[in-house]
Design a protein around this ligand. Structure first.
Ligand code: KG4
Ligand code: ZN
Length: 362
């Protein structure tokens, strides 16, 4: 147990990974082409994100083939902007990291291949990073003084999980969604209300104009365990609007959001109480949600927890979080082998050490 350790404490055997170790990271798991340069695991020298949202908006969702091609086009300028923005010579880069999964396989391969090529060309280590592990680092990037154990609510478009983080690389998933991810529920409700894509920020904005108490939408499993479920809520929204065609969209959005946020806050605080966490951290795209941030801050503090709300830029997909996770992974495990590929269904665990040695997976 690592209570009292802060995120800034050295980890593993050292392996010459220090506060001045510089990592260039690349993130291409979905529809954001991102690159960042981070020193010492938390000093963000540059972070560039090029969004494909406009490209996919006309299809109402991410088209994998289109995403891969767009990553290929954007990657070189994005990496160049990150290196230029960091104001350092490429000789100062000590390692090159990329998201190896989970995500769209074609999109992942663009970033992994580019990172390996740069690592080979510069004769530097390559680090394969788990995107979910990286999301856990958003809070620690903003505030390295946070102390373990932490409970992290990771809410994104593809995942919703409550994770106990006991130290670097020491995680336990305490709860997860049984069906839709929180972001997926937001996106589906937005599509039904014909708000546009991506739905989360649009529902968030519309909800600000509505009454969150106007419709009593269900809070599934509110009092049971740490898992969550959002597909019944999505169906309840659809049924309510069909039965009440004149209902205000803003009231529906606000009431839907109130139900999501109520469940997420209740379960996260319960997890923190059960594990004796020293803090609560938000991560993932839905952690940019204004109601979730406000309520988690208020309810978490009222329950006696330090609540870390990473900046919205760190919550949504970015490469600074990949670099932060890579720095710790390097310190604990060392570099990844160059035969490491893309892992579209990777779970919250270290990336397999080698694709030629799946038995070596941990
Ligand atoms: O972490 P992320 O950028 O990408 C994934 O790894 O999935 O999360 C994207 C998700 C989308 O579903 C998007 O609608 C949601 O995060 N999102 C939000 C907000 N901003 C982004 N959901 C609710 N409120 C927001 N303000
Ligand atoms: Zn993500």
């Amino acid at each position: 147990m690592s209570a009292g350790r802060t995120a800034a404490d050295p980890v593993g055997g050292g392996r010459d990974i220090t506060a001045s170790t510089v990592v260039l990271a690349i993130e291409t798991s979905c529809d954001e082409t991102a690159a960042a340069v981070v020193m010492g695991g938390n000093d963000v020298l540059s972070s560039i994100v090029s969004s494909q949202v406009e490209i996919h908006a006309r299809f109402g969702g991410v088209v994998p083939e289109v995403a891969s091609r767009a990553h290929l086009e954007a990657l070189v300028p994005v990496v160049r902007a990150a290196v230029d923005g960091a104001g350092i010579d490429t000789h100062r880069i000590d390692a090159v990291a990329a998201t190896a999964g989970p995500g769209l396989v074609g999109a992942l391969l663009v970033g992994v291949s580019a990172a390996k090529s740069l690592a080979l060309a510069w004769d530097k280590p390559f680090v394969a990073v788990n995107h979910l592990e990286a999301h856990l680092y958003a809070g620690l990037l903003d505030d390295p003084t946070l102390e373990f154990p932490l409970v992290v609510l990771l809410v994104s478009g593809g995942h919703t999980m409550i994770v106990e983080m006991r130290g670097h690389g020491e995680y336990e998933v305490l709860g997860r969604t049984l069906d839709d991810a929180a972001g997926e529920a937001y996106d589906k409700v937005a599509r039904f209300l014909e708000l546009g894509y991506p739905g989360g920020p649009l529902v968030d904005r519309l909800a600000a104009e509505g009454d969150p108490d106007s419709v009593a939408f269900p809070r599934a499993m509110l009092r049971e365990g740490l898992d969550v479920s959002f597909s019944g809520l999505k169906t309840a929204v659809i049924n309510h609007v069909r039965a009440n065609p004149d209902v205000s969209d803003a009231d529906v959005a606000a009431s839907f959001q109130a139900a999501v946020v109520d469940v997420l806050c209740a379960k996260t605080i319960r997890a923190a109480e059960q594990t004796g966490a020293r803090g609560i951290v938000l991560g993932g795209g839905v952690a940019a949600n204004s109601a979730l941030r406000a309520q988690m801050a208020a309810r978490g503090s009222a329950a006696g927890f330090r609540v870390a709300l990473p900046s919205r830029e760190m919550c949504t997909d970015n490469a600074a979080m990949i670099a932060a996770a890579a720095w710790h992974r390097l310190a604990v495990d060392g570099p990844s082998p160059l035969d490491c590929g893309a892992h579209p269904n990777l779970r919250l665990a270290p990336v397999p050490r080698s694709d030629r040695n799946p038995g070596g997976q941990r």
